[in-house]
Structure formats: C-alpha cells, structure tokens
Design a protein around this ligand. Structure first.
Ligand SMILES: CC(C)(COP(=O)(O)OP(=O)(O)OC[C@H]1O[C@@H](n2cnc3c(N)ncnc32)[C@H](O)[C@@H]1OP(=O)(O)O)[C@@H](O)C(=O)NCCC(=O)NCCS
Length: 184
C-alpha cells in the first residue's frame, strides 16, 4: 500500500489530525503524565520527556511498517495539541484494526473525540478498506464507553481479569463497529 496512506492529515471542523513530531514531546508528556488521563490505561503515567520521545519514534516506526496510524489531535484555532488518536494492531488480511484515544484534561467534554473519532473511523473504512474496528477498554471507564457508543460501537463482550498494571487487576470490555454498521 502507498506509504502516504499511513501518514494522513485529516481535517474536521475544529481539529487537524496529523502525525506527531518530536516538537510535540513536551506537550505530549504534559498530557500523558496526568494520572487522571492514564487512570484506565494499560501502562503507568509517563514520567520523563524521553517517554514521549520514545512514543513518537515508535509511532512513526510502526506507521512506516504499515501497522498503525497514530495521529496528534490539534485544535485548528490555536494549534494546541489536545491529545492523540490511533488505529493500531492493523491486520491487513482480516481488514481489522483497533482504535484508541486520549485527550488532555482541559480538552475533555467538548465533543473533540467524537469529532476526531468519526473522521478517523471514516478514514479507516474508506481509505484503509477496513471491515471492522474494535476497541478494548476498562469497563469502569465511563467516558470511553460512552464515547464508543456515540461513535456507533457495540459492546461485544467482557474479558475477565485481563490486565495487571501496578498490581491492579482489571477486566476488558470489547467493543466493535463494522463497515456495514457504518453504512446502515
Ligand atoms: C475518553 C475521552 C477521550 C473522552 O473525550 P471527551 O472529549 O471528553 O469526549 P466527548 O466530549 O466527545 O464526549 C463523548 C461522550 O462521553 C461523555 N463523557 C465524557 N466524559 C465523561 C465522564 N467522565 N463520565 C461519563 N460520560 C462522559 C460525554 O458526555 C459524551 O456523551 P454525551 O454526548 O451523551 O453527553 C477522554 O475522557 C479521555 O481522554 N480520557 C482518558 C484517556 C482514556 O481513558 N482513553 C480511553 C482508552 S482507549
């Protein structure tokens, strides 16, 4: 597939979704070192700018390998980095990928992730040719569950005691959305 497909720039009314650069390291660290943002994540909060640099480099490597699309979510009005959204674990043969998202706390409850998510899902279906997009979240993560429901995902099942992070064991709720749901 063409390389550019995995490095898109996607614009919505208020947002620009585009690949992260090393210049975003400090802002990204601010967002993902916040324990509230990372509360339901499967890794601990970041602690140093190197965590952000590693994330950006690994993201770009995995996009070059055509395994994921990991994009910064920028506010068009100010250029501020609000967070990130991604399609990852791309399986070309099965036409499937997983979706994930996270915003800095100051950007919550403004509808940004619905706007970004709709655009990313459309890109996944229309440009990557996906048949299925799935999401795995902590069932206690109400904001994420509500967001997925609003994005047209169905709750498909519960995987018990799937994670242990810093000694805390948690279940996974599995959500899915099909391209046929999308066009329905
Ligand atoms: C999940 C997250 C991206 C949602 O972003 P957001 O910008 O606040 O979401 P939106 O404003 O687009 O709102 C989406 C829906 O979720 C609801 N919602 C948002 N925060 C909520 C909360 N804390 N509790 C319950 N519902 C919530 C909104 O009300 C809205 O539903 P509604 O229109 O019916 O009211 C954000 O909370 C976040 O970054 N959380 C931390 C990272 C994370 O947990 N990511 C998920 C792991 S993949």
């Amino acid at each position: 597939m063409p390389k550019e497909l995995f490095f898109p720039v996607i614009e919505t009314e208020r947002l620009a979704l585009k690949p992260l650069t090393i210049d975003d390291s400090d802002c990204l660290l601010d967002i993902f070192s916040d324990p509230e943002v990372m509360r339901y994540w499967n890794t601990a909060p970041w602690t140093t700018v190197q965590d952000a640099i590693d994330f950006i480099n690994e993201s770009n490597d995995s996009m070059r390998r055509q395994e994921s699309i990991i994009l910064g979510v920028y506010l068009k009005s100010t250029g501020e980095l609000a967070g990130k959204c991604m399609l990852f674990s791309y399986d070309k043969e099965s036409k499937r990928a997983e979706i994930g998202f996270g915003l800095g706390r100051s950007c919550w409850r403004k509808g940004y992730i619905i706007e970004a998510g709709e655009a990313l899902i459309k890109y996944g279906f229309d440009s990557l040719g996906l048949r299925r997009i799935e999401a795995e979240i902590d069932p206690n993560n109400r904001s994420s569950g509500r967001t997925l429901e609003k994005l047209g995902f169905s709750l498909e099942g519960l995987l018990r005691q799937r994670w242990e992070v810093n000694g805390v064991v948690s279940d996974s709720a599995m959500y899915g959305r099909l391209v046929s749901d999308f066009s329905a």
